[in-house]
Write a new protein. Structure first.
Length: 317
């Protein structure tokens, strides 16, 4: 659950709880409903929540409604998102609606298409956009934004994520449009056949010589190679390039912070006192700016590199 949500209420079919229309906007709610065999998922949700059917349809498209089928059977299905609510819900099926009005009403910044190869595409994910969704919604995630908004020739294209970037990180991401390609790209990442390079703006004068950082993360081996691109003596900040051999969570942010060069705007691992010296604290100054892979379609190498204008980093001279 997002940090800004203060309370969660769980409401089942038999709970005498206030309906959504009477609840405070800051409260998120989990509605649990059992199929009745004669009502659609839409009717069940409308009866329970006091939300309009049009709004419920919208929230289902945004990923807030889940279904688990055959719950009375030993081989019950895993919960999955339910996008369409028109079918009658059998008695053995269970419905879960995760209502978070603040999240569901968010409008993410649009990503930028770099290249489309039909079976996969390359995008620039903006800062603030998620790589994947949560049980509360997924419309603010890159893959779902593409399914909802990018429809060449008027056709909806399914999208699968094959790697991730932190929410606060800007940069290049691959999206698969078939299960076969998703599996091939995921395997390429697992076998370190996809090469990603980052740029970051950090506090301090970074050494001229390339540094190899090998600080374990979560008791797992992690290696980053960092080299200086430019240094602004007046502002005491360096532009650095980072190559990683491993992809541990927050690896770049932690490695730079733990070696004394926190990324500007990093609210988790950065230096808040230094950031406060700026007129306005910026977003995380980290960008995945180059991505190279062997194309799973043509078996040739493809490289994508952001221009200086696409880096979305503070100016440094």
């Amino acid at each position: 659950m997002n940090q800004e949500i203060s309370t969660e209420q769980t409401i089942s079919n038999n709970d005498a709880q206030p309906k959504v229309g009477n609840c405070q906007p800051s409260i998120s709610q989990h509605f649990h409903l059992e199929g009745q065999g004669d009502k659609t998922a839409l009717d069940l949700l409308a009866d329970k929540t006091d939300l309009s059917k049009q709004l419920l349809k919208n929230y289902a498209q945004k990923g807030a409604v889940w279904i688990q089928r055959n719950t009375t059977n030993k081989q019950a299905s895993k919960p999955e998102r339910l996008r369409r609510l028109k079918k009658v819900l059998p008695e053995q099926d269970r419905l879960d609606f995760y209502y978070n009005p603040q999240l569901l009403n968010q409008v993410p910044a649009a990503p930028t298409l770099v290249a489309d190869f039909k079976d996969y595409s390359v995008w620039i994910k903006p800062r603030g956009m998620l790589s994947q969704g949560s049980k509360w919604a997924d419309h603010t995630a890159l893959y779902r934004w593409i399914e909802m908004n990018y429809q060449p020739n008027g056709q909806i294209r399914q999208a699968w994520i094959v790697h991730r970037l932190d929410r606060a990180t800007h940069g290049l991401m691959l999206i698969a449009h078939s299960k076969k390609t998703a599996a091939a790209l995921s395997r390429a990442f697992e076998e370190n056949q996809v090469h990603k390079t980052y740029q970051a703006l950090v506090w301090g004068q970074y050494p001229v010589k390339t540094q190899t950082i090998q600080i374990p993360i979560g008791e797992k081996h992690a290696t980053s190679h960092v080299r200086l691109l430019n240094y602004d003596a007046q502002k005491n900040r360096s532009l650095v390039e980072i190559d990683i051999e491993t992809g541990r969570k927050h690896q770049i942010r932690r490695h730079l912070s733990e070696t004394g060069f926190p990324i500007i705007g990093d609210r988790m691992y950065g230096d808040s006192k230094l950031d406060e010296q700026l007129e306005q604290i910026p977003d995380l100054q980290l960008t995945a700016y180059k991505l190279c892979l062997q194309c799973p379609i043509t078996q040739t190498e493809r490289c994508f590199t952001l221009t200086t204008g696409q880096l979305d980093l503070l100016n440094i001279v």
